[in-house]
Each structure stands twice: as structure tokens, then as C-alpha cells.
Ligand binder design. Structure first.
Ligand code: SF4
Length: 350
């Protein structure tokens, strides 16, 4: 059991982040926010994939204006991603966003920060202070490690906002370098109890981006650090959500849909494990049941794993043994494996 670090809960729309809430999964639209139709289509795809919070880039006033229309058309909590122009933050808050992502230090001075914080307080809109290793303030002590400079930058931003009596804060410290990211989050988690948003920035295309993100997020999550995650991939955003859930499912932090176990195959394999697995995976894509399905290639190691799953098969010569809830149900022909497995999955209570 992972013992999660205690953080102060905040609400992003109808989603609690921090406290005892499960680690929330978020993503970011990749459409031009000004293209309302395309953005809403992507938000709906994200919602269907299980995304719980969605962030949108607000590049100008037209994009900030589009948020009003987008807000009316989706229930998913929306976060406006703002850089440099505090007026965009005010407009986004006015148009009903549930959260802001901005760095108070880069919106043009204390008077502008005061205006944004006042508006955020009035509407109870949390602000994520997102430090990025690639854009650290130039005046930080260069002799410090990158992780230490990231933490120093974060603390400076937090102090600025706290001095304005605002504490609806979420923090992130993103870097491309995995050890730097882990070190920065570990250090920050000892200093603050605001909820943390985890991510490895610009992780890349799958599978490299998936591996890099997993390498960075999993150790932190295992240490109990992290209240919401975003996997950044150069890929459609739904893949970010799917990857996030796989990471969380692997650590038993969230469950969503089936877990598919399949053996790597070897010289003992007696059935077409790869094709059967791909076919079952395709069918399970929209299955909401939290069940474990095992597809194993032989009778040597197969039955143990198949028995351990909710539903499983262990291959034999042209045949397979079907297991359900630990019990051997029957022996089936190889040609019927997919149909039989799907039937068993359908009958499984969900
Ligand atoms: S389950 Fe059997 S076929 Fe699959 S990898 Fe293990 S030994 Fe090989």
C-alpha cells in the first residue's frame, strides 16, 4: 500500500485535488482554443477516455473569449494556461474557468498579480504555480543545482501569492531530466503541503515519452508524492490519459477498466498469444469493468497466472484452458479462444 503524502485539498470544478482524493488525471487540448468546435470535440474525447481535468492554452483575447462558449458546453473542469498577460487570466476567470496555470512572476509585476489573485479569490479559482526547468529566473544562484533552483523559484512564487493572502495553490516543477524532476518534487514536498501536479515536460513521442514519463512519475507516486498527473506526449491527448491510467493502475493507485496480463511468449508458447491479446485489448478498450484478464501461452507457467486473474487462459497444443475466478471452467479449441474469453468477460459482474 502506498501511503500518500497529506496535502491541502483544493477543488478544480467538481474534482478534488489533494487531501484524500485519488490522484486526478489531467491532459491538455492540442487544438487552437480559438477553434471552439475542434476544442470541444477533443475535450469530449478526453472525457470519454477518463480525463478529469483539461487544460487549454490561452494565447490571446480571442482564445480567452472562446472559453466562455467552451465552458457552457462541457462539464469537465477547465484550466486556463496563461503566460505573460495578466489580462488573459482575468478574462479566463470571468469566462468561468475552474483553475489557472500561470507563474505570478511573469505577468508583469506585483500590481498585476494582486488583480489576478483578487479575481481568483472572488471566484475561488485555484492557481497552479508551474515552474519549468527551461525558464528559471536568471537571478537565481547559479551555483545551485537545477533542482534547487527550481524549488527556489517555486518558493519565491508561492511567497508572492501567499503574501496576498491566497492559498488556493497547486504546484509543479517540471523538467525533461528525470532525476532532476524527482529531486525537485521530493524537496518541494518537504517544504510545502500544497497539492502537487506531476509531469515530465516535453517527454516526447511514444514509446520514449511514455517510458520517460513513467520513469519520472512512478518513483514519486510510489513515495506518496503527487496529487494530479499529466503525461506530456507528442501524441493525441487521449494517449496521455491512457498512459496516465496505466501508470496509476500499475501502482494500484487508481482502477479504470480491465488490466490485461499477457506472457511475453517463448519457445514453449503453444497459442498465438500476441494476436489474441491484441484482439482482446481492442474489445476491452471501452469495457468499464475493473477486472484482470490473463492470456498465457503454455501449461508450464500459464495456469498459475490465469488462475490468479479474474479471467484467464493457459494455452496447450491447439487448445487452451479457460479459468474464471480461479476455477478451471473448460478446455476450448484455439480457434474459439477469443469468442470464449469475450463471453466470459461479458458474464463477469461489472
Ligand atoms: S507462460 Fe509459458 S509460453 Fe508464456 S512465456 Fe511463460 S513459459 Fe513461455
Amino acid at each position: 500500500m502506498i501511503k500518500r503524502r497529506k496535502t491541502r485539498p483544493i477543488r478544480i470544478g467538481n474534482v478534488t485535488v489533494g487531501g484524500d482524493a485519488p490522484v486526478a488525471v489531467q491532459s491538455m487540448t492540442k487544438t487552437d482554443t480559438r477553434d471552439i468546435k475542434a476544442t470541444l470535440r477533443q475535450i469530449d474525447q478526453l472525457r470519454d477516455a477518463g480525463c478529469e481535468i483539461v487544460r487549454l492554452a490561452v494565447v490571446d483575447f480571442e482564445a480567452a473569449g472562446a472559453l466562455a462558449e467552451i465552458r457552457k458546453s462541457t462539464l469537465l473542469p477547465l484550466i486556463a494556461d496563461i503566460h505573460f498577460d495578466y489580462r488573459l487570466a482575468l478574462e479566463a476567470i470571468k469566462n468561468g474557468v475552474d483553475g489557472l496555470r500561470l507563474n505570478p512572476g511573469n505577468i508583469g509585476g506585483r500590481d498585476k498579480v494582486i488583480r489576478v489573485v483578487q479575481a481568483a479569490r472572488e471566484k475561488q479559482v485555484p492557481i497552479r504555480i508551474g515552474v519549468n526547468a527551461g525558464s528559471l529566473p536568471a537571478d537565481l544562484d547559479k551555483s545551485l543545482s537545477t533542482a534547487d533552483r527550481m524549488v527556489a523559484a517555486l518558493m519565491r512564487e508561492i511567497e508572492l501569492v501567499e503574501s496576498l493572502d491566497f492559498d488556493l495553490i497547486k504546484a509543479s516543477l517540471k523538467a525533461f531530466d528525470v532525476p532532476t524532476t524527482i529531486e525537485a518534487y521530493q524537496k518541494a514536498s518537504r517544504l510545502i503541503d500544497y497539492p502537487l501536479h506531476l509531469g515530465i515536460t516535453e517527454a516526447g513521442i511514444p514509446p520514449e515519452g511514455v517510458i520517460r514519463s513513467t520513469a519520472g512519475l512512478a518513483p514519486l507516486l510510489y513515495m506518496g508524492i503527487g496529487d494530479t498527473i499529466r503525461v506530456s506526449l507528442t501524441a493525441p491527448p487521449v494517449e496521455e490519459v491512457e498512459t496516465a491510467y496505466e501508470i496509476l493502475k500499475s501502482l494500484n493507485l487508481r482502477s479504470r477498466g480491465p488490466v490485461l496480463v499477457s506472457c511475453p511468449t517463448c519457445g514453449r508458447t503453444e497459442i498465438d498469444v500476441r494476436n489474441i491479446t491484441l484482439e482482446i485489448k481492442r474489445h476491452l478498450a471501452s469495457c468499464p469493468k475493473n477486472l484482470k484478464v490473463a492470456i498465457m501461452g503454455c501449461v508450464v507457467n500459464g495456469p498459475g497466472e490465469a488462475r490468479d486473474a479474474d479471467i484467464g487462459i493457459a494455452g496447450g497444443k491447439g487448445k487452451a484452458v479457460l479459468f474464471s475466478r480461479g476455477e478451471k471452467i473448460k478446455t476450448i479449441d484455439e480457434a474459439d479462444i477469443i469468442t470464449e474469453l469475450l463471453g466470459e468477460i461479458d458474464r463477469f459482474p461489472g
